[in-house]
Every structure is written in structure tokens, then in C-alpha cells.
Design a protein around this ligand. Structure first.
Ligand code: DAH
Length: 339
């Protein structure tokens, strides 16, 4: 094969190989082996002077042609790899900071739950989670609310079937916790979702969270509840907050109380407390002997206190949120403020 033919063959092979390069490093090693000073083309060109005159001309032309073709193919390749096309032909500046991936945050309710759990955990309470779909028996009967009891009106209920329902409060978890731990003393909180068949408004949602508290053992009194709740309220709402018990009624506690904390307006009158100076945050009381018995305890041996509070409420108070419906409307503009 003449030198001119060898040069054309090399040109074709080099151009072909260049197609397969994908990185700047690939292209550079291609350049070294074909176009470099000790590359293949230079090797062939170095044989030019030895050729007879008539062949020299053709080979010389082939060499020039190959050199130009490879050089311009190389330049093009370098340019195209540099502008590592994003599809729109724009160059990528690899020194720019990347686009950070969107990371989620904890929902305001979850953050509040964690805060409540942290405070009670520091007082020796453990978290006991139970079911959201309950039986009528646990949600009502075992809590001393028999069928047809007028107190059932306190909880408008969504029934799944005759005797299965969506729990209207976290209180049925009390029975489940007691049945698990009796006759040992127990100190638990029970966080969870509750549902009520209620008209939705700025102040009430049909789905919301509660945290139930329950302590059973020897020598537990209403003063124990007061002390525990006081400690909780001061950590949750601030050390200057005062607390008060108001007599109330729940079928599963005797006596029963409503727990209020003082409003930041200190009674000067605001829309939150409607000028009373107090905010209602929880129900509570001494566990009814019937309920203790239903949980497997002997009410002549032990006593217990219980309480049940909302979870959205503390967040509403803390951030001055005007409408509880915002919590679960999934409007990210609202939720991201707390993430
Ligand atoms: N379960 C009640 C409700 O949803 C709240 C409650 C009141 C819970 C008193 C308790 C309690 O444990 O002792 O309205």
C-alpha cells in the first residue's frame, strides 16, 4: 500500500475513533495518539523524504489533507464536550452551586407532638400508641359510657359499622394500656388521630390529634395530676403561665376537671381567651373505679389520674393561627413556614 493510501486509511480510522470519545480526557489521549508529535500521523509523515518524487506529491497532499481534517474534527469535538450539552445547547458551568433537592420538613402537628412527648418523657411517661379504628366497646362502654348514655352526645361519632368506629378521643387507649400493664403501675401518654362527625369550622376540624395521659399506681391523687400538668404547662407555654382546675364532668373520671392555663393577655381581654384571661387546654380527673376495673386493676388497691388534650391547640396559641383548617389543607405556603 502506498504511503498516500496508508495516510488516508489512518485518517478514516482516526475520525472513526474520535466519534467514540465522550470525555475531555478521551479526546486528549486521542489527540496524543493520532495528532501528537509522536503520534501515528507524524510517524507516516516522517517517511515522506524517503519517497521517490512521483509518490511524494500524492503522499504530501494526503498528509496535509489528513492533518487538517483531524485537527478540525478535534477542535469540534473539544468544543462539543466542553459545552456538554443540556439539550438546550447551553454550556454548563460546573463551578456553579447545584440546585439543592427539595427536602421535606416536619408538619407543625408532628413538631408539637414531639415537643409534648419530650416533656412527658422527661417526667417518666412512655409513649403508647393504639388504634385509630376502634370498637364501640373500647371507645365508649369500657370508659363507663354504656349505649344510650346521654354523655354519648359529647362525641359525635363516625361509625364504620354497627360497632366499629373511628375513635372520637384517645381515651380508649387507656383501657388497652391498662390491660397490657396491669397489675403493674403505669405512666403513659397516648398520642393519636381522632375523628368527629362535626361541622368543620375555624375552631374545629373533623380530624384532629389528641394526647391522652394516664398514670395508675399507689398513692396517686388529684394533686399528682396538678403537679404533672403544671410542670408540663410551664415547659410548653412558658414559666410565667398559671394553671387552674375547674370542676367538670366526664364519665370516665371522678372527680373530673377542666384544665385552664392563663392567657398571655393576663385578663386584659383578647379574642383568644375572650377576655376571661384563661384558655382551656385539657380535660382530666381521677380515673373512675369502673374504668380501673375494666382495665384489670383493683380500685381498692390503686388509683390513677388521666387527662386528654388537643395537639393543634398549643400550636395555634403559640403561632397565633387563625383557623384550624389550615393544618390539614396541605397548602405548602402555610406548612413551609414551620418546616
Ligand atoms: N376524652 C375527652 C375528650 O375527648 C378528654 C378527656 C377528659 C380525657 C378527661 C381524659 C380525661 O383522659 O380524664 O373530650
Amino acid at each position: 500500500m502506498s504511503l498516500a493510501d496508508q495516510i488516508s486509511e489512518l485518517k478514516a480510522r482516526a475520525l472513526n475513533t474520535l466519534q467514540g470519545t465522550t470525555s475531555a480526557a478521551d479526546v486528549e489521549s486521542w489527540r496524543v495518539s493520532y495528532l501528537g508529535r509522536r503520534g501515528e500521523l507524524a510517524g507516516l509523515i516522517s517517511r515522506l523524504p524517503t519517497l521517490p518524487a512521483e509518490e511524494k506529491r500524492a503522499a504530501g497532499q494526503a498528509a496535509n489533507d489528513a492533518k487538517n481534517a483531524l485537527q478540525s474534527a478535534y477542535d469540534e469535538r473539544v468544543a462539543s464536550i466542553k459545552s456538554a450539552s443540556r439539550g438546550d445547547g447551553e454550556a454548563v458551568d460546573v463551578t456553579l452551586p447545584g440546585i439543592p433537592p427539595a427536602v421535606g420538613g416536619l408538619h407543625l402537628t408532628r413538631q408539637t407532638l414531639y415537643e409534648i412527648e419530650r416533656i412527658f418523657a422527661s417526667m417518666g411517661f412512655s409513649v403508647f400508641e393504639t388504634r385509630e379504628v376502634e370498637s364501640d366497646e373500647y371507645n365508649f362502654e369500657l370508659l363507663n359510657i354504656p349505649p344510650e348514655h346521654p354523655a354519648r352526645d359529647m362525641w359525635d361519632t363516625m361509625y364504620v359499622s354497627e360497632d366499629v368506629l373511628l375513635r372520637t378521643h384517645t381515651s380508649p387507649g387507656q383501657i388497652r394500656a391498662m390491660r397490657k400493664y396491669h397489675p403493674e403501675p403505669l405512666r403513659v401518654i397516648l398520642p393519636g388521630k381522632c375523628h368527629r362527625y362535626e361541622a368543620v369550622s375555624a375552631r374545629s376540624e373533623s380530624m384532629f390529634y389528641q394526647v391522652e395521659g394516664l398514670a395508675v399506681g399507689h398513692g396517686i391523687t388529684l394533686a399528682s395530676l396538678k403537679g404533672v400538668f403544671q410542670a408540663f404547662a410551664q415547659q410548653m407555654y412558658g414559666p410565667d403561665r398559671e394553671m387552674r382546675f375547674r370542676a367538670s364532668y366526664f364519665p370516665f373520671t371522678e372527680p373530673s376537671v377542666e384544665i385552664d392555663i392563663s392567657c398571655t393577655c393576663e385578663g386584659r381581654g383578647c379574642t383568644l381567651c375572650k377576655g376571661t384571661g384563661w384558655l382551656e387546654v385539657s380535660g382530666g380527673g381521677m380515673v373512675h373505679p369502673t374504668v380501673l376495673r375494666n382495665g384489670g386493676y383493683d380500685p381498692d388497691e390503686v388509683t390513677g389520674f388521666a387527662f386528654g388534650m388537643g395537639v393543634e391547640r398549643p400550636a395555634i396559641l403559640k403561632y397565633d393561627i387563625d383557623d384550624i383548617r389550615r393544618f390539614y389543607a396541605n397548602d405548602l405556603r402555610f406548612l413551609q413556614q414551620f418546616a
